[in-house]
Design a protein around this ligand. Structure first.
Ligand code: SF4
Length: 332
């Protein structure tokens, strides 16, 4: 067991076997990319979709050079008729289930509405989309990723109504940082109190809540990271995804990177930040992710970063050398 509360082990202890997610692109858009908002400065849109659905990327390798103009996610699909979106969801579930059965020999799967903002639609349309997906078979969990400013009480009530169809219903809410200064720099379009409000309304209705954070955004200080971890510790969050900042093609950050004004954290810097972050974090929070995995052809920086397994090995080794574990510096 690694010295952190690993998602994989958590699922096995809860359900007696591994559970795999089928990542769904439900044809949603994102309010922060529409109406001239510009989107989050690190968002390349393509990266917001499920990795296994990006079949056009399969010819690229870890050694592929960076291609500045490659790819651009489609954010206009929410204008497609609902029946087309439902048809696409059904096909994705069938494909995802076959893939998981072939690769892992498992039939135990969860539904993960992953791409863009998965509550960005009138609640009656959301019901049709979620219902259609859940009608495709037996699912362990329903997981819906969204923005904190796009989660009405009506939507929360709809999601909570699915608790009798699956073992757990989750919402994943991007926080990224608990510094309002950094959220403005990221052009997130919401502040920390908006996230806190969404977390407490969702958890108060019986939903499990996961959070996303980015470590190493330009000008982020150790105090900012400490504030982020304290904010999460004081909230009703049950799971966390940690990302190292990736600077990718077709993002607002790329121009600043080319001008030499910003950098992305190196392997060593992300390792140090992650060790400290985990040590300060509440021990019961399940760790679902520890690095970003942007394909090399879309990744301007960092270029010299090992793959996920190598990072996890280095993290475990570093924490064991220090006698550290998740929560050993947590004040809560
Ligand atoms: S909320 Fe997500 S999809 Fe929307 S702009 Fe930000 S990163 Fe992109």
């Amino acid at each position: 067991m690694p010295p952190w509360n690993s998602y994989k082990e958590h699922l096995v202890s809860l359900y007696g076997e591994p559970v795999y997610r089928i990542g769904i692109d439900g044809g949603f858009s994102c309010p922060n990319r529409e109406n001239g908002n510009g989107g989050c400065v690190y968002c390349d849109a393509l990266g917001a979709s499920a990795a296994w659905l990006r079949t056009s990327e399969s010819s690229f390798r870890r050694s592929s050079p960076f291609e500045e103009t490659i790819g651009q996610g489609d954010c206009g699909r929410s204008r497609l008729p609902l029946r087309e979106r439902i048809g696409a969801i059904e096909k994705q579930i069938e494909k995802g289930r076959d893939f998981i059965l072939r690769r892992y020999g498992s039939r135990r799967v969860s539904l993960y509405f992953q791409a863009f903002t998965n509550t960005y639609a009138p609640v009656q349309d959301l019901k049709k989309l979620y219902d259609a997906a859940l009608d495709c078979g037996d699912f362990t969990e329903l997981i819906v990723s969204t923005r904190p400013d796009c989660l009405t009480d009506e939507t929360i009530a709809l999601l909570a109504s699915y608790r009798d169809r699956v073992d757990e219903v989750w919402v994943e809410l991007g926080l990224q940082s608990a510094s309002d200064r950094l959220l403005r720099m990221m052009n997130r379009g919401h502040d920390v109190s908006c996230w806190q409000d969404a977390v407490s309304r969702a958890s108060g209705s019986g939903l499990k809540v996961g959070a996303h954070v980015i470590l190493g955004f330009p000008t982020e200080t150790d105090e900012d990271q400490a504030l982020t971890v304290e904010t999460i510790n004081r909230s009703a969050v049950s799971a966390l995804k940690i990302h190292n900042l990736n600077i990718t093609a077709r993002t607002a950050l790329l121009g600043d990177y080319f001008k030499g004004e910003i950098t992305a954290p190196s392997f060593e810097r992300h390792l140090q930040s992650t060790v400290l972050f985990l040590r300060r974090l509440r021990p019961d929070i399940v760790i679902e992710r520890l690095i970003c995995e942007t394909p090399a052809h879309r990744l301007a920086s960092p270029r010299q970063f090992p793959d996920k397994s190598a990072f996890l090995r280095a993290l475990e080794q570093r924490m064991r050398q220090k006698g550290a574990y998740q929560g050993d510096l947590c004040a809560n």
